[in-house]
Design a protein around this ligand. Structure first.
Ligand code: SAH
Length: 389
């Protein structure tokens, strides 16, 4: 089998079963593996440590799928897909919705593969050439495990392009739905644009936070900043919010949001606007402020400017007169974990001259499992904060 050989002393992360082998650890590549081909990983001393998918243009040069001397046969991938689907079916934390993440990449032992289910439609999102070229095997396993009527292929084109691979949208089986797909989540109804929407179409990772917002919202005036299609707004209206204002820059997202809040039209207002500017103008009218900006720190170098942007948002959310205001703030980057996010909130509270407490920390729900071998898989951090004085 083709192989990569590590520099002396660079085998530690592989022995600790971290699924990413970075290019800097590799001394040489033997026999020119193709993009996505399975390679063996050998220590400088010649010991075979693991096997994984070779990703030529990527800084994460090999995505490791199996540890130890023996390679897995290709059928192992289908078994893992089936196991991931079965785990969701047996998880009581995931009851009450027909929209779930079925495969969460490293969290399910399938680096480079995300699969989301929206009622009868699956959206398959490979981000590596290894997973892209195994699309047929993956589709077969998914079809058998779910019985879904259709599956769309929506590769993560940005990640793939970095690796020099062209990932095109397509259909794996069935018919691509002509209209957004209706889903029902714990009493909330949405339509998901599985063909054009952001990522796979909907932010499934905020499901538990939506439940929390529904619990908190009664009688409150709610600002849903960075609303996308209004997931939090719908939850707030479901929970009896007095009024909800949605701010979103994307007009196509806002069009769906308008539909979603139509059941409580008299209590909701949708605005196409820049949420940073809205926050700057002051949020005195609101007593629950939700801040869910796009990923501001995609790379490590972005952390400082991202921290400033998060702090700026929180500073304005803490300002004004309203004691008892709740602020639900999120960061979706594995570079900004709960500890750093808490520090950013503290800095904002100091600058705003307010006393602020943390009521709850949030993360993604259990259909987004994080393998302990791969802490980078934890990318979503939320803080429920209260302005006390
Ligand atoms: N809260 C949403 C997800 C938000 S994702 C949910 O739970 O479904 C971040 C959103 O912010 C995206 O929809 C993006 O279009 C929007 N966005 C990005 N920059 C923005 C800005 N400056 N002002 C308002 N919205 C913005």
């Amino acid at each position: 089998m083709k192989a990569v050989v590590l520099h002396p002393g660079r085998d530690r992360s592989v022995r600790r079963r971290h699924p990413w082998l970075l290019s800097g650890a590799i001394a040489r590549v033997e026999d020119e593996p193709a993009a996505g081909e399975t390679v063996a990983v050998r220590s400088a001393e010649g010991e075979t440590l693991a096997h994984g998918h070779f990703e030529p243009g990527s800084q994460i040069r090999v995505r490791l799928l199996a540890f130890g001397k023996e390679p897995e046969d290709e059928g192992a991938l289908a078994l893992r897909v089936a196991a991931a689907v079965a785990r969701r079916g047996a998880d009581p934390l995931l009851a009450g919705t027909d929209a779930l993440r079925l495969v969460n990449a490293e969290g399910d032992g399938l680096p480079g593969l995300v699969v989301d289910r929206y009622a009868g439609v699956l959206v398959v999102r490979p981000s590596t050439s290894g997973m892209l070229r195994r699309g047929e095997a993956i589709a077969g396993a998914l079809r058998e495990a779910t019985g879904a009527a259709a599956a769309l292929l929506r590769p993560d084109a940005v990640s793939l392009r970095r690796a020099g691979v062209d990932g095109r949208d397509g259909t794996l089986w069935g018919e691509a739905p002509a209209a957004p797909v209706a889903i029902a989540e714990r009493g909330r109804r949405f339509r998901v644009d599985v063909r054009q929407g952001q990522k796979t179409g909907f932010y499934l990772d905020q499901r538990d936070a939506r439940d929390l917002v529904a619990t908190l919202a009664a009688g409150r005036r709610v600002l849903d900043a960075f609303a996308y299609t209004g997931g939090f707004a719908v939850a707030a209206l479901q929970g009896g919010a007095a009024h909800v204002e949605l701010i979103e820059a994307s007009r196509s997202a806002l069009a769906l949001a308008r539909e979603h809040v139509a059941f409580a039209r008299e209590r909701a207002a949708c605005r196409a606007d820049n949420a940073f500017e809205v926050l700057h103008a002051g949020v005195d009218d609101f007593d629950l402020v939700i801040l869910d900006p796009p990923p501001l720190a995609r790379r490590k170098d972005d952390v400082k400017p991202a921290a400033r942007a998060y702090k700026d948002l929180m500073l304005h959310a803490f300002g004004g007169a309203s004691r008892g205001r709740l602020v639900l703030a999120f960061a979706c980057s594995h570079h900004v974990g709960p500890e750093l996010f808490g520090k950013i909130a503290f800095g904002a509270a100091l600058d705003a001259g307010r006393r602020v407490s943390v009521l709850r920390e949030l993360c993604a729900p259990s259909d987004h499992p994080v393998a302990l071998d791969h802490p980078e898989g934890r990318y979503l951090t939320g803080l429920l904060l209260r302005v006390d004085g």
